[in-house]
Design a binder for this molecule. Structure first.
Ligand code: NDP
Length: 315
């Protein structure tokens, strides 16, 4: 069967992918969007989103992604619930293959495959994150719900330090669990954490269990891995900040990335090292990681793709 040919192929269905789709559709690029394995992306496992401008009363994450999708469909985006499993960016057109074995050729490709928060792997962790039961991987998104309460932050890197500092301005007490006797975070972030009165750093400390009652976090059992002593911390929020993993593995043979796998884009653009391939959202951003910044870079990618296709005389 001959491969299908499209002008603009978008991979991923978070805020970046759908925003790229809205712009590309309205520019008449007739985009085809492959949702990937988790349609809607990370916002599908969030509850209330209160910091996305325009939703003045807040919005549930899954509802927001439905709205994004409906807006992309309104302008004619062809949305397909399949996963791209392989790409070949060696020449024009670029080639991709779906999990169903379909081959698609594209004049331009927008990568918006996002990143996934790493979890500890505790039995009830992801369930409590999805249900809004008190587990989160994003303090900026969810910290407000723990105003005046006690929370745990797990991790010793810059993200954990930033999350602990952010939460310390909202919560009564922040317990930071660091699994070694030192933090990986930059010295300045460590100093800020250690200088903050209501952040209590627990060194050499791991999480044994998240305690819950009626589907809500009520505490955490922690283990000191030097002394083997166990204790319970009374908290209502459990923030996991042990890093994110960009979902960029299938592009690694073609696209320049940093050592973690974040795609490197050229300054002030969404351009990658490959002509006609653009990147947006968390797949190329390990600093801001917000829905609104992802949407912004999705817009940039669609505008860059439109210019590229125009310059090549394709559209
Ligand atoms: P990092 O990989 O730097 O740190 C992860 C932290 O989580 C480490 O302290 C690690 O411990 C700990 N950890 C990992 N797995 C577990 C586990 N299973 N149980 C307990 N603890 C665990 O990730 P970050 O997200 O913090 O940072 C990613 C990158 O982004 C870094 O380069 C960072 O500098 C950068 N960044 C920069 C910011 C800024 O400049 N403002 C803000 C946020 C991030 P261990 O050290 O023992 O491995």
């Amino acid at each position: 069967m001959a491969a299908e040919h499209v002008h603009c192929l978008i991979i991923g269905s978070g805020p970046a992918g759908y925003t790229a789709a809205i712009y590309a559709s309205r520019a008449n690029l007739k985009p085809v969007l492959y949702t990937g394995p988790e349609p809607g992306g990370q916002l599908m496992i969030t509850t209330d989103v209160e910091n996305y401008p325009g939703y003045k009363d807040g919005i549930m994450g899954p509802q927001m992604m439905d709205d994004f999708k409906a807006q992309a469909e309104r302008f004619g985006t062809d949305i397909r619930y399949e996963v791209i499993t392989k790409v070949d960016f060696s020449g024009n057109p670029h080639k991709v293959w779906t999990d169903a074995g379909t081959e698609v050729h594209a004049d331009s490709v927008i990568i918006s495959t996002g990143a996934s928060a790493k979890w500890l792997g505790l039995e009830n962790e992801e369930r409590l994150a999805t249900s809004g039961g008190g587990v989160s991987a994003c303090a900026v998104c969810d910290g407000f719900f723990y105003k005046g309460q006690n929370v745990v932050v797990v991790g010793g890197g810059d993200t954990a330090a930033e999350e602990a500092l952010y939460l310390s301005n909202i919560c009564t007490n922040v317990h930071m669990l660091v699994r070694r006797d030192e933090m990986r975070a930059s010295k300045i972030m460590q100093q800020r954490v250690l200088n903050k009165e209501n952040i209590n750093v627990h060194w050499n400390t791991e999480t044994k269990a998240i305690l819950e009652e009626d589907g809500k976090v009520t505490g955490v059992t922690v283990l000191n891995n030097k002394t083997q002593a166990e204790k319970n911390l009374d908290v209502t929020g459990f923030f996991v900040a042990i890093g994110h993993k960009p979902n960029t593995g299938i592009f690694k043979d073609w696209i320049d990335m940093d050592e973690v796998g974040y795609i490197i884009t050229k300054a002030d653009s969404s351009k990658t090292n490959v002509g006609g391939v653009f990147a947006s959202g968390d797949a190329q951003d390990n600093v801001y990681r917000q829905a609104v910044t992802a949407a912004g870079t999705g817009c940039m990618a669609a505008l860059d793709a439109e210019r590229y296709l125009g310059e090549k005389g394709i559209v």
